[in-house]
Write a protein that binds this ligand. Structure first.
Ligand code: IYR
Length: 232
């Protein structure tokens, strides 16, 4: 018998601990699901930031929340680089705008440019200097063992994508705003943040308060019927 106690057992030689699921009444469940949907439906990508300070401890809890995401074989293949340093933010802005200039002027096709017209985006990224924090999510393609050998991580894009989703949720939950910014290619971030060869920049997120007033495109989300298929 590998059962040690009620609270922990051993499977394949590894300790497992009892999981106590949250328990809600059916009514509570309905209410929570609906309320959470309405709460998340208020989230919008914001491009205009205030320079108002955001406490470091809030950012730390947001990062810890992101790192609760599921990941391939629980490798947690992410590193979140968090920038508040003015000079570094300025360097990131300059490098991002150089890539974005090339993207907007030469890399984008007409259809892409037209699709973005509604978002009112352009190559200028002042928020990279104005927002109090910039979080750059790096994916860790592989890990180095202590003897120097390399081991690939699993489902790296999926894992880091999930963590970033939770990061964005945590930012919204704190009453802050962000933008999923993808200056492409993002190699300049490896250099500016001095990241090792096993890390690749995945997503850049300015975090802070919105400027006041702030405007967002009048987007509509697809109705449930368009995004789901039920098989009863
Ligand atoms: N990375 C550029 C372009 C851009 C691309 C898409 I797709 C967007 O939804 C928004 C912007 C930028 O950040 O401006």
């Amino acid at each position: 018998m590998n059962k040690k106690s009620q609270n922990e057992i051993v499977i394949n030689g590894f300790k497992h601990v009892k999981y106590d699921a949250l328990e809600f009444s059916t009514n509570e469940m309905h209410e929570r699901a609906e309320n959470f949907y309405h709460f998340m439906d208020q989230r919008r990508s914001i491009r205009g930031f205030s320079n108002k300070e955001v406490p470091r401890s809030v950012i730390k809890n947001i990062l810890k929340t992101a790192s609760t995401a599921p990941s391939g074989a629980h490798k947690q293949p992410w590193t979140f680089c968090v920038v508040s340093n003015r000079e570094l933010k300025r360097k990131i802005r300059v490098a991002a705008e150089a890539e974005e200039k090339e993207t907007y002027e030469n890399r984008m096709g007409e259809r892409w440019r037209n699709d973005l017209a509604a978002m009112a985006t352009d190559m200028h990224k002042p928020f990279l200097e104005i927002a109090p924090w910039i979080i750059v999510a790096f994916k860790r393609a592989y890990e180095y063992e202590s003897d120097g050998t390399k081991h690939n991580n699993y489902y790296v894009n999926e894992s880091v994508g999930l963590a970033c989703g939770m990061l964005i949720t945590a930012i919204h939950n704190a009453g802050l705003v962000t933008l999923t910014h993808t200056p492409s290619p993002m190699k300049f971030l490896t250099k500016l943040l001095k990241r090792p060869a096993n890390e690749r920049a995945f997503l850049l997120l300015p975090v802070g308060y919105p400027e006041n007033p702030v405007y967002v495109p009048d987007l509509k989300r697809k109705p449930l019927e368009e995004i789901s298929v039920f098989y009863d």
